[in-house]
Design a binder for this molecule. Structure first.
Ligand code: GCW
Length: 625
């Protein structure tokens, strides 16, 4: 039953702000979360709102973080059950104003699709960022906790404005040092800045921390002293940060320590941390990104490892699974673990930073890719969503002005996975640049085409991992590094030979296809039923395999590479026409980045086609389609 409104706060514009120390707090000098969050909400309105009076109403029977905006000719009411949800309502309202969508009869109901909407920073304690392309880490560990950069609050504000409510501060390749008391003081200082914006802090932890910084003999999850060490450490964190979110763990993956070092399972490892966090309501995000060099198809390994553990995780563990089974490739079919562990909470991990998509040089709007993922899985069950951040200390945060759109899109989709990429692009363009439809329409089309274009000049038709060793920027399908793991080399994935190209993952090959449910596994098992976008992901096919277009496979590859190069040139043309509608600085920066992108698209095309031609022995038919 609906309860009556318990608190009604009327906010009329231009009421003077309560000053920082006006005596009103009496002896209660601790600022409450509520007061701070509400002052931010008021301040935001005061600064930017140009419309009629806005009233806040706090009621207590609303879902967490949900809000309503109701407007009539005289006033607008934002209704929610917490201060932070009111703040979300304010940002939403300001967004409507920025995009020219304020009407006289607003009736908006918004609620987040999942509870935890989290950025993962792969930031190291020395200020570098793994796969970061926008400068150094935002966190100035050497200055903290005493010096607080104004960027911390700006960062929190940006996240709150798109509904992000958590941040994992450090790299999943985690230094045990993050758990030293001295570092935790610094983490607390950040948490204090983020709190009024509704952002909780989480940490990546190294599984060997008890041995490395606790000087224990082991880090075995079944060892009593190890269990006590994690409990004590967790209690220490919560004494400093009472609303600390929890831990993210990369274990037994790419050289990181983990429970298997002691003959234990991933569930034993995750539960160890979950038990320490449980009394404080913290969560463990345990990554499923594991693969050994054991000869088994890498795409199959996480499923093989984790499905037998279904039902063995504590209920405050969430298995964090990359969107696809390999590693943030330009395009992957969804990870087969989604839907395969009904008794385990799961969450997707997206990569906002463009490790395999041209870093901060290429304009690639990722909402389209994430949309394809959401259309493939049952996202209703997700309690959480994570995105590997693309922020750094560059002035524009993300390096490429259009990479900001991916941070924005991640937040919007974590809030509502049903949002369409065109809606998100439209909002972002209007808020970031201009409401002029002569600008918005063509640039939006460019954004919406950009992901498919990048897929086509990098890895068309289901190809994957053709990237240069280690830095993953340009093409190197021929790459051979003596002594490197086979599954870190492109040849492992493309398998080009005189017969054809592609990875046979059918029932005649690695049988990865059988990890998908029916009828997908049957469909994808047959080249003629398999969508062409995944064709060479699942099949090794002859160079003259007939494609739906009527072309043979080799010609289709030429067509995709060539067509996408042309497409990037069209993007340049679209952008060049916007000079009068965009400020000079961003105009030039985007223009120069598009030049790099056009150059790189040709580089990809030439590198891949000339290399694959050594096997196909067929002429490159560019331009003749
Ligand atoms: O994508 C790969 C990256 C590594 C990364 C790893 C992971 C943090 O190349 O840099 O390490 O995945 O997700 O753990």
């Amino acid at each position: 039953m609906k309860k009556m409104a318990i608190i009604v706060l009327l906010l009329y514009l231009f009421i003077p702000q309560i000053s920082a120390e006006d005596g009103s707090r009496l002896w209660l000098q601790n600022k409450s979360k509520g007061t701070e969050t509400l002052s931010i909400a008021k301040q935001e309105l005061k600064q930017s709102w140009k419309g009629k009076a806005v009233e806040f109403q706090l009621i207590n029977d609303f879902e967490n973080d949900a809000f309503k905006i109701i407007g009539n000719a005289k006033k607008i009411k934002i209704i929610a059950s917490s201060d932070i949800a009111l703040l979300y309502g304010v940002y939403h309202l300001l967004g409507l104003q920025q995009t020219g969508k304020i009407t006289n009869d607003l009736n908006i109901n918004e609620y987040p699709h999942c509870q935890y909407r989290i950025l993962n920073h792969w930031d190291n304690l020395d200020g570098s960022i793994e796969r970061g392309y926008a400068g150094k880490s935002l966190w100035k560990w050497d200055e903290l906790p005493h010096k607080i950069s104004p960027r911390y609050a700006e960062y929190a504000r940006a996240n709150a404005s798109i509904g992000i409510n958590g941040t994992v501060l450090n790299n999943v390749n985690a230094s045990p040092q993050i758990l030293q008391t001295e570092m935790l003081q610094k983490v607390k200082a950040l948490a204090d800045v983020f709190r009024p914006y509704g952002i909780k802090v989480y940490l990546s932890v190294n599984f060997s921390s008890p041995a490395i910084i606790g000087n224990l003999k082991t880090s075995d999850p079944l060892d009593k002293e190890v269990q006590q060490w994690w409990k004590n450490k967790t209690d220490e964190i919560y004494r400093l940060i009472p609303d600390f979110g929890g831990f993210l763990v990369k274990a037994n993956s790419e050289g990181q320590p983990g429970p298997q070092d002691f003959g234990r399972t991933h569930a034993d490892g995750a539960n160890l941390l979950a038990d320490a966090l449980r009394p404080h309501n913290g969560i463990v995000m345990w990554r499923a990104f594991v693969y050994a060099s054991n000869g088994d198809d890498r795409a199959k390994q996480a499923y093989t490892e984790f499905t037998p553990l279904d039902g063995r995780f504590r209920d405050n563990v969430i298995l964090q699974i990359k969107n696809g089974p390999i590693d943030f490739q330009p395009r992957e079919p969804y990870h087969p673990l989604f839907g395969a562990m009904p008794q385990t909470a799961v969450m997707p991990e997206f990569q906002i930073t463009q490790e395999y998509l041209g870093s901060s040089n290429h304009l690639v709007f990722l909402a389209t890719m994430w949309r394809e993922f959401f259309e493939s899985v049952n996202f209703q069950s997700f309690k959480a969503i994570a995105g590997v951040a693309n922020t750094g200390n560059d002035t524009n945060w993300c390096g490429h002005p259009f990479s900001q759109a991916n941070w924005y899109a991640f937040g919007r989709l974590a809030w509502n996975p049903r949002l369409l990429p065109e809606t998100i692009a439209d909002e972002w363009l209007r808020m970031t640049f201009s409401n002029d439809s002569a600008f918005v329409d063509p640039v939006k089309t460019m954004m919406l085409d950009s992901w498919e274009t990048a897929v086509n000049y990098m890895t068309p038709l289901g190809l994957h991992h053709l990237f240069a060793y280690d830095h993953h920027y340009g093409p190197e399908p021929w790459c051979d590094v003596p002594d490197a793991r086979a599954d870190w080399l492109p040849k492992y994935y493309h398998r080009a030979d005189n017969q054809g190209i592609g990875f046979d993952r059918t029932s005649n090959g690695s049988d990865a296809v059988s990890q998908y449910p029916s009828p997908l596994r049957e469909k994808w098992n047959h080249p003629s039923d398999c969508p062409e976008k995944y064709l060479l992901w699942f099949h090794h096919l002859p160079w003259d395999y007939p494609m739906k277009s009527g072309r043979i496979l080799w010609d289709e590859l030429c067509y995709k590479y060539d067509g996408s190069v042309k497409q990037v040139r069209e993007f340049q043309g679209i952008w060049d026409k916007q000079e009068s509608r965009v400020d000079a600085e961003r105009f030039r920066l985007v223009q120069s980045k598009l030049e790099i992108q056009a150059h790189d698209a040709v580089w990809w095309k030439d590198a891949c086609l000339l290399y694959f031609q050594t096997f196909s022995q067929l002429p490159i038919s560019s331009g003749n389609f």
